[in-house]
Design a protein around this ligand. Structure first.
Ligand code: HEM
Length: 392
């Protein structure tokens, strides 16, 4: 399975990687690539659904600790980099704050008012860049609301979060912003300790299972992870769903007329072109994937976005179709680290699509603007979405 010529990291910088991934699934579904500039250990990429799912579910052979080496510098120790019992205990404690009854409360109190406020800002104009003016701001504001960051501080908070998420590109800025976020959060934590407010931080401070509590360090780790994990991913996924619909006016008209199709739009958009395309693991022992030998210590990049287009699992996998039989996909990962925010992400996408269709009648692409394009390798989404609609 391993090709003679190792891929270089540059082979992964293509803004339109789907054709490359399709070739890889057919010819070299597990490939070694040259990451010697970053690490002396061998590195592999996994492209097919079956192999991707196996790696993500077998957390004993494929450890998540590699994630601490990459993002740990800026975020401290996060759950994304934990394994085994430590991860299970930690996840149980924080998952408590993401249970269904809490989601219901956020739906009415936060998610709907947030998208309504953003749409009110553009509705009278009859035209907008939907990405910049609405979609980009929406999940950040929801998470800031969940964390308890007041509206007037949210832009600053989002800027810090972006610096942290892109820490590898500018390490001094990533570290400085991570420290700034930490001291900002310390004040909120202190206030909630004195007086619980029924919000996420109050829940995290109170969470206790089998006598275990979250240390302050772990609460920071969780809060610092939430914005990049929940906002960078969700706004792009919503953008991708809107591109899929706006570039297919007949499908869009069908969905606007029949809102019961919205959950199918959300699932198909996540499968067809998801926002975060890969997750990383490290092999804890000598093993193999689809016959390709993997030495202990190897880095494994699982291209979940390629797995979601695997022809062996999805008929006409490149086509955006709302009539597919329901079939789970890997956009949220799989196994013990499967996305903790998946219900929130789906809720945000459903609520936003409904609100956009209600508030922006006759929504269509602006023919005078360049056609929107979903771009990027590790994160995928449209840069802009210029639309016209009836002003109201
Ligand atoms: C469409 C939007 C989203 C996508 C595509 C997405 C994707 C993912 C994926 C693929 C993972 C697994 C990472 C791994 O296995 O290493 C993950 C984990 C995670 N996600 Fe999401 N996510 C989204 C939205 C959210 C939201 C809204 C939140 C919370 C507000 C969130 C919080 C998390 C957390 C905390 C983890 C770590 C779980 C663990 O390590 O056990 N995500 N996400």
């Amino acid at each position: 399975m391993d090709d003679k010529r190792p891929l270089s990291i540059l082979d992964f910088s293509d803004a339109q990687p789907h054709p490359t991934w399709a070739r890889a699934r057919a010819e070299t579904p597990v490939r070694r690539y040259d990451a010697s500039a970053i690490s002396p250990e061998p590195s592999f990429v996994v492209f097919r659904h079956e192999d991707a799912e196996r790696v993500l579910r077998d957390s004993e052979t494929f450890s998540s600790s590699i994630n601490n080496a990459v993002i740990g510098r800026y975020m401290g120790e996060t759950m994304l980099g934990m394994d085994g019992k430590e991860h299970r205990q930690y996840r149980n404690l924080v998952a408590h704050a993401f249970r269904a009854s809490v989601l219901e409360r956020w739906d009415d109190a936060l998610v709907r008012p947030t998208i309504a406020r953003l749409l009110d800002g553009i509705a009278p104009a009859g035209r907008a860049d939907l990405m910049r003016e609405v979609v980009l701001k929406y999940p950040v504001q929801v998470i800031c609301g969940i964390v308890g960051v007041p509206l007037q501080d949210q832009e600053q908070f989002a800027r810090w979060s972006e610096d942290v998420a892109q820490g590898a590109l500018n390490p001094p800025r990533g570290i400085a912003s991570s420290q700034a976020m930490r001291s900002y959060l310390a004040d909120i934590i202190e206030a909630r300790r004195r007086e619980p407010a029924g919000d996420l931080i109050s829940e995290l401070l109170a969470a206790e299972i089998d006598g275990q509590r979250l240390t302050e360090e772990k609460i920071y780790g969780f809060l610092l992870l939430l914005l990049p994990a929940g906002a960078e991913t969700t706004f792009r996924a919503l953008g991708n769903a809107l591109v899929a619909l706006l570039t297919r006016p007949a499908v869009m008209a069908q969905v606007v007329a029949d809102r019961s199709l919205i959950p199918a739009v959300v699932e198909e958009a996540l499968r067809w072109d998801t926002s975060i395309t890969l997750v990383s693991r490290v092999a804890t022992r000598d093993t193999e994937i689809a016959g390709c030998p993997i030495p202990a210590g190897s880095a494994i990049n699982v291209i979940t976005s390629s797995a979601c287009r695997d022809e062996a699992r999805y008929e006409a996998a490149d086509t955006f179709r709302l009539d597919r039989p329901p079939q789970p996909h890997l956009a949220f990962g799989s196994g013990p680290h499967q996305c903790l925010g998946l219900h929130l992400a789906r809720l945000e996408m459903r609520v936003a699509l409904n609100a956009i269709f209600d508030r922006l009648p006759d929504l269509r692409l602006d023919p005078a603007a360049p056609a929107p394009e979903i771009k990027g390798f590790a994160f995928r989404g449209p840069e802009a979405l210029h639309v016209l609609f009836d002003p109201s």
